[in-house]
Design a protein around this ligand. Structure first.
Ligand code: FES
Ligand SMILES: [Fe+2]
Length: 362
């Protein structure tokens, strides 16, 4: 018999039959019915002003447009007539006109015109769009494919006149939403990934993390960091010292919202809502919203540009990691710095109806 070296840690965390049932479940998380009952941010209000937009939400192609009253409408991106993509159509005074035969759709997806039919021809019942629930919040259009089980996350600064809101366009990341949420809850990567923005001089040792309920229904932790403050960051920090002390909280709101609050200790607060939406298991929309109680001297564009740079550092890192973040118990090695991520993984698995006895997350 050949003598071979057996690494001592080979096969740890692995059941004899390879992947666990929980991992198999998660491999298709985007079509889990539970996610259809939550709100997902799919577009900025600005993006749907110009015309209908095509999105894919939880694997489902949808069209989003504004009706004559400015209310967003979301529906399957398939015309009821011959299934042409409605997102390829045009807007005519708040009515969406299909590009194939001109059938037109208004408020609530109601078919209001069939150009090929006599004016007195009754519009068939099946000509109307089967719309999904929509809502507008924080300059974003949110869509729920089922019955909404909860409200979108609540951000108190939206009602506070000392804060301004800055929106950012929706991007497509070639990253699983599970990995994005995990990353946004993680501060241990700052000195490794954010070396071009604020992370260079940051301590690599992560202070002890204590999880708690945070305002607005978020769950996470409160911590202090000393961040590098290069010239590009000075606009955002409002300070010109080499480093800046930041008191922060980071927490999640199921399924995929993460909020980070930054308090610079001089009265300036900078709130970030990071929103990831599954297109499918391994592709996501990403947008973020900033609230900030500054004196408006720095332009919204300059502030957003710096935070977008930080986002690009995360995206570059995450696009190197294929597949879905494993949820099953023992599939990932953790330290106390990963506590928030572990808590999210547990609650997310429960939301999906995964059975912890079959290998729920750590
Ligand atoms: S397919 Fe849309 S009008 Fe015919
Ligand atoms: Fe990051």
């Amino acid at each position: 018999m050949t003598n071979f070296n057996h690494p001592p840690f080979c096969g740890i965390n692995r059941k004899a039959d390879g992947e666990t049932k929980a991992e198999r479940q998660l491999a298709t998380f985007h079509d889990n019915p539970a996610l259809r009952h939550h709100w997902h941010a799919v577009a900025t209000e600005q993006e749907i002003k110009a015309g209908p937009v095509a999105r894919t939400l939880l694997g489902e192609p949808i069209v989003v447009y504004r009706d004559p009253n400015g209310t967003p409408v979301a529906a399957p991106d398939r015309c009821p007539h011959r299934q042409a993509p409605l997102s390829a159509g045009t807007m005519d005074q708040g009515v969406l006109v299909c590009c194939y035969h001109g059938w037109s759709f208004g408020a609530n997806g109601q078919c209001v015109r069939i150009p090929s039919a006599e004016p007195d021809f009754p519009i068939p019942r099946g000509a109307h769009l089967q719309c999904f629930a929509t809502t507008q919040r924080y300059g974003l259009v949110w869509v729920c494919l089922g019955e909404p089980a909860a409200d979108p996350p609540s951000i108190a600064q939206e009602e506070d006149e000392s804060f301004r809101r800055i929106n950012n366009p929706v991007q497509v990341w070639r990253v699983s939403t599970t990995r994005m949420t995990d990353n946004f809850l993680d501060i241990a990567h700052f000195p490794w990934v954010h070396t071009g923005t604020f992370g260079n001089n940051q301590r690599r040792l992560v202070p002890k993390i204590a999880l708690e309920e945070l305002p607005g229904g978020f769950y996470g932790y409160d911590y202090s960091v000393v961040a590098e403050n290069p010239p590009a960051a000075e606009l955002s920090s409002g300070q010109d010292t080499t480093d800046v002390a930041r008191r922060m909280t980071t927490g999640f709101h199921l399924p995929f919202a993460v909020r980070s609050t930054i308090d610079y200790g001089n009265g300036l607060e900078h709130i970030l809502l990071l929103l990831s939406t599954p297109i499918d298991d391994v592709t996501s929309y990403f947008t973020f919203v900033i609230w900030r109680n500054d004196d408006f001297r720095v332009s919204a564009e300059d502030l957003a540009a710096f935070d977008r740079l930080i986002g690009e550092e995360d995206r570059t890192m995450l696009e190197k990691i294929p597949g879905v973040l494993p949820l099953s118990h023992g599939a990932l090695a953790n330290t106390q710095a990963d506590k928030a991520s572990a808590a999210w993984r547990l609650r997310f698995a429960q939301l999906l109806g995964m059975n912890p006895a079959e290998g729920g997350p750590a």
